[in-house]
Design a binder for this molecule. Structure first.
Ligand code: GDP
Length: 525
């Protein structure tokens, strides 16, 4: 492949994750996107995973043999000359640090909001991680076929709760039972709800109105939408591709994923403005361009097997530059070891020809027997470097953990050390008694921890939940005194020896702030 061909390939990549609160419609939208991309035959197979082309994926065999569920971790399809990678951000009971770390591996995010609920907690947390990275965020306001909040109210909520400027690309005409369609500012047309394809789009005239008389123009919903659009044109944000690319302005789309309305319009516009793979910074303060000829990538997620008969894992690597071939030689920066990659897979399930190679922007899964850690850099060329560290996230759930059998202390500590290094769980210890406290973003992390300690280190652990806490690090540790610690403001050390307060709740934290204003607290992401 000549350089220009490689460049072309890389520029066609769009790699994103969907951020949302459970039940906002992430799965439903993903299904529609895969359907448009021809990756599944029927929209409605992502959750079932029983039919459709996923069945032909390489992973199925590995999954069957080893009980690792990875098929929906990365979904790839082609559309309009783009190759799209959707990275799953596990929610519900699967919510964990992996969910956050996945956002380190994408170039943009799609935020799905339930029109009736507005911004919910998980969306807000995930949004903040995207914000920190400055990546473009595209918003899809879903479930317009049901009665929800007023669209202007939703836009205000976006701006106030999230602090991001919004630019509505289209605007709903009516809602719920009276949902008639969307006024598409960007494409200058009206897209009618529940209408056959040939009649679905009505062009707007130079004044931004419909020329033809039809039932819609006689409704108050149409007049209301025109009024709102006028208001947006006069007082709303200006469209700016530059601000979108910096994550300062989010284009907003309205639709109804369940009825497959507005999703394709969204996809097509998204692909126009979403970034191709972006350069990455290294710890050596150099910049790696995606089009660099040499392969490089970093591990953002390690999926461990829950089946005791097989201890293997899959390391998910985001390719940052160049091209990957199965069988190529790579070097891991941390260990300086070089090896040939034989067991790897890509995620384009239906195309055997290209399944052996992947380029910057794509994700590959490497079979792992315990060599990879989260954040590891791998390179294919002679240049050695390490990509910037993945951030640590503020955990919210904590347990006190001990080995059931005191004779197993050595194994216990070895296991914890390795799992902490791998990024599976966060480690803290109380100041004087040195009790082991584990922190996590989601409950699943504790379950994985317990399971792996048993299977990989042969240690049964006892976990005593101490509930959710607000963890705060300290800017000026000198100001901290032992007397400040107590049941409602527990003082612990993190794995690097930094002091951390675990507050019982917001109230306890505020009380502490009032009592000890000299202590400067801060949170990680
Ligand atoms: P996820 O948890 O974000 O993946 O949400 P799902 O895609 O599983 O959707 C949650 C529920 O909302 C399901 O019952 C969907 O059928 C429903 N749903 C999704 N999109 C829409 C929509 O546009 N309109 C309506 N009325 N329901 C929807």
């Amino acid at each position: 492949m000549s350089i220009s061909k490689l460049e072309q390939e890389i520029l066609s990549r769009r790699t994103f994750a969907i951020i949302s609160h459970p039940d906002a419609g992430k799965t439903t939208i993903t299904e529609k996107l895969l359907y448009f991309g021809g990756a599944i035959r029927d929209a409605g197979t992502v959750k079932g995973k029983k039919s459709g082309k996923f069945a032909t994926s390489d992973w199925m065999e590995i999954e069957k043999q080893r009980g690792i569920s990875v098929t929906s971790s990365v979904m790839q399809f082609d559309y309009d000359g783009c190759r799209v990678n959707i990275l799953d951000t596990p929610g519900h009971q699967d919510f964990s640090e992996d969910t956050y770390r996945t956002l380190m591996a994408v170039d943009s995010a799609v935020m799905v909001i339930d029109a009736a609920k507005g911004i919910e907690t998980q969306t807000k947390k995930l949004f903040q991680v995207c914000r920190m990275r400055g990546i473009p965020i595209f918003t899809f306001i879903n479930k317009l076929d049901r009665q929800g909040k007023e669209p202007l109210e939703l836009i205000e909520e976006l701006e106030e709760v999230l602090g991001i400027n919004a630019y509505p690309m289209n605007w709903p005409i009516g809602m719920g039972k009276e949902f008639l369609g969307i006024y598409d500012r960007f494409n200058n047309r009206i897209e009618q709800f529940r209408t056959e394809e040939e009649d679905r789009f009505l062009p707007l005239n130079a004044e931004g109105e419909l020329d033809i008389e039809n039932d819609m123009t006689k409704t108050s919903y149409y007049t209301q939408a025109l009024d709102d659009i006028m208001l947006l044109n006069e007082a709303g944000n200006e469209f700016s591709e530059d601000k979108i690319s910096k994550g300062q302005l989010t284009p907003v789309f309205f639709g109804s994923a369940l009825t497959n309305f507005g999703v394709q319009t969204f996809l097509e516009t998204y692909l126009k403005f979403a970034p191709s793979p972006q350069p990455r910074l290294t710890e050596q303060e150099t910049i790696v361009e995606p089009t660099d000829e040499d392969f490089s990538g970093f591990v953002f997620k390690i999926q461990a097997n829950m089946n005791p008969a097989h201890r293997d894992r899959i390391a998910f690597v985001r390719i940052a530059s160049g091209k990957f071939n199965r069988g190529m030689n790579i070097t891991m920066t941390r260990t300086e070891k070089s090896f040939k990659v034989t067991q790897a897979t890509t995620f384009l399930a239906d195309d055997r020809e290209t399944a052996d190679e992947a380029v910057a922007g794509d994700i590959i899964g490497l079979y792992d027997t315990g060599n990879y850690q989260i954040g590891d850099t791998i390179v294919g060329g002679k240049k050695k470097f390490q990509f910037e560290k993945l951030p640590q996230f503020t955990p919210e759930l904590f347990v006190r953990v001990t080995a059931k059998n005191v004779m197993k202390q050595k194994h216990f500590h070895k296991g914890i050390n390795q799992l902490v290094q791998e990024g599976a769980i966060q480690y803290y210890k109380t100041l004087h008694t040195e009790d082991t406290i584990l922190g996590a973003v989601g409950q699943l992390q504790f379950e994985v921890f317990e399971n792996r300690m048993k299977n990989e280190y042969n240690v049964d652990v006892v976990m005593q939940p101490i509930g959710s806490k607000i963890a705060r690090w300290i800017e000026n540790e000198d100001a901290v005194k032992d007397s400040m610690t107590g049941p409602r403001s527990m003082l612990v050390n993190d794995r690097y020896g930094n002091k951390v307060f675990l507050f019982e709740n917001e109230f306890a934290m505020r009380w502490f702030n009032d009592k000890y204003p000299e202590v400067k607290l801060y949170s990680l992401l």
